[in-house]
Design a protein around this ligand. Structure first.
Ligand code: PLP
Length: 523
């Protein structure tokens, strides 16, 4: 059982020719087993006297056997976690080009502010008079988001982008229901949409109707018009990402908004890629009714396994009365929280999380905004777009950009440049690991064959980008030179090589089982 999910190195021709160490270490990177494999229940890092005179108050419900936690000494514990930390790839270590993820540097000032005791130590159940500063942060953050988007209201509580989508679509549904429009249940979703979009629509009881992309990677307007003229009395709205997941601005976005509104539907915009627009384009000017903003992408803050998310959702006049509780309001004496869906929040669709959202993210995002200023936020957008175009232009002679023309904040390539080389997108990505880079987003968006989506963000210097581009060029040239075999064997320098990803997804081993149990189970 124990080894089932943890594959050892597959023996391939290239692998045999690689010198393997006796220890399993690679260079100075130490091999490390699971904590349950190195710990034993009786070992401990502290020496405490047996507690005397304690009386159980569990009424005979005490645990009978060992709890089975691994016991380690202090140096063992330290080494275990330091070794694991060194296997992590992080934005603090190098370029993290995952497309549609905006893996940018998180300024340390944000962390310092979020850790100030007045912010870090507040409790969600404290009386509001004692947390006026925290409420002011929420209120001020809302003001910045409202200004940047030119939308009348924002719901702060959603805890991720997908949660923000849920918020926006629940508001749309609440509005439709309030208007007696209960037959409007069809949501149009472009083919290139992030997977969370159709999932959200279905979760809210809508049906999804896909709109194809055109040859330029944008919504096929003829197909959209045809769908709406065929039937429109069942249209609830559209969910559209802008810039879309091909890294392109939807040029017809105003016409799309008009068409949807004329059909009686609402326009949900997936704003996870807002990093390409801040300070340049305001979604409120485009006819958007609801849009989530990923604080953990556009406004830094650690994410991607490194921290929680936050997906504030801006709402139009048509939807703002349906916003979830709680929310902050300004009063004569300061700030107050509207906690219940009654009184001025009578039309609210309810509550999305137990308390008030991810406070630490609000503090980090506001710190990011205030330290950049309006001019700095705009420049970050421009630099993000410039960096992506620099990557696209520097690689377009050796790789194949999926679409002609400039991109927004991310550069999308397809696998035409790998044709007849025997190397596939997956192999190329694995070879990037040996070059010391976390691979870009692969095979997404689905509308492009063998997609490779690179989002460098504004926080990479030209020097870092040049090194990354150099590696990508060298890999592309190596693939074309007929060296498919080494690509198939990659990565050779990683602690784990090619895992059986299908097996891992279909039969995940989520719990470590002691070897004895396995032996017993086999009998
Ligand atoms: C990241 C992303 C989401 C989802 O955001 P989460 O915080 O991961 O839930 C949705 N849409 C797009 C386009 C994204 O890039």
């Amino acid at each position: 059982m124990k080894t089932e999910g943890r594959q050892t190195r597959p023996v391939t021709a290239a692998n045999e020719s690689m010198p393997q160490s006796f220890s399993g270490n690679i260079g100075l990177s130490q091999k490390e087993d699971l904590i349950f494999e190195i710990g034993t229940p009786r070992r401990t890092g502290v020496d405490l006297p047996e507690p005397k005179g304690t009386q159980s108050r569990l009424g005979g419900m005490e645990r009978q056997g060992e709890i089975g936690l691994p016991g380690l000494t202090e140096p063992q514990t330290l080494r275990h976690y330091v070794r694991l930390s060194q296997k992590n790839y992080a934005i603090d270590l190098g370029v993290y080009p995952l497309g549609s993820c905006t893996m940018k540097h998180n300024p340390r000032l944000n962390e310092k502010v979020a850790r100030m005791p007045g912010f870090a130590d507040v409790h969600p159940l404290q009386p509001v008079q004692t947390v006026q500063g925290a409420l002011e942060v929420m209120s001020e953050l809302s003001d910045w988001l409202i200004t940047m988007t030119n939308m009348p209201a924002v719901a702060l509580t959603p805890k991720a982008g997908a949660h923000g989508e849920l918020c926006g679509m629940m508001a749309i549904r609440a509005r439709l229901d309030a208007d007696g429009q209960t037959a409007r249940r069809r949501v149009l979703v472009p083919e290139s949409a992030h997977g969370t979009n159709p999932a959200t629509a279905v979760q809210c009881g809508f049906t999804v109707d896909e709109i194809p992309a055109n040859a330029k990677g944008r919504v096929d307007m003829d197909a959209l018009r045809a769908k709406l003229s065929e039937r429109s009395d069942d249209i609830a709205g559209i969910m559209l990402t802008n810039p879309n997941t091909c890294g392109l601005f939807e040029n017809d976005i105003i016409e799309i908004a008009d068409l949807i509104h004329k059909a009686g539907g609402y326009f949900y915009c997936d704003g996870a890629n807002f990093n390409a627009l801040v300070g340049r384009v305001r979604p409120g000017d485009l006819g958007v009714d609801a849009m989530h903003i990923n604080l953990h992408k556009t406004f830094s803050t650690p994410h991607g396994g490194g921290g929680p998310g936050s997906g504030p959702t801006v709402l139009s006049d048509a939807l703002k009365d349906f916003a979830p509780v709680p929310f902050v309001v300004k009063t004569q004496d300061g700030f107050d929280l509207i906690e219940n869906a009654d009184g001025e929040a009578a039309q609210s669709f309810g509550r999305m999380c137990v308390f008030h959202g991810n406070m630490g993210m609000y503090t980090r995002a506001l710190s990011y905004m205030m330290s950049h200023g309006a001019d700095g936020l705009k420049q970050a957008t421009e630099d993000a777009v410039l960096n992506a175009n620099y990557v696209q232009a520097s690689l377009s002679d050796v790789m194949t950009p999926a679409f002609d023309g400039y991109c927004m904040h991310e550069a999308l390539f397809d696998d035409r440049f790998l044709k007849d080389t025997g190397v596939e997108t997956l192999d190329f990505a694995k070879a990037m690991i040996d070059e010391g880079y976390h691979p870009m987003t692969m095979y997404f968006p689905l509308v492009v064959h063998g997609a490779m989506l690179i989002e460098p963000t504004e926080s990479e210097s030209k020097g870092e980008l040049d090194r990354f581009i150099g590696s990508m060029r060298s890999l592309a040239e190596r693939a074309k030179s007929g060296d498919a075999e080494s690509f198939k064997a990659a990565p050779v320098h990683a602690p784990m090589r090619r895992l059986d990803e299908t097996q891992a997804a279909r039969k995940p081993v989520l719990r470590w089982t002691p070897p004895e149990d396995t032996a017993q189970a086999a009998e």
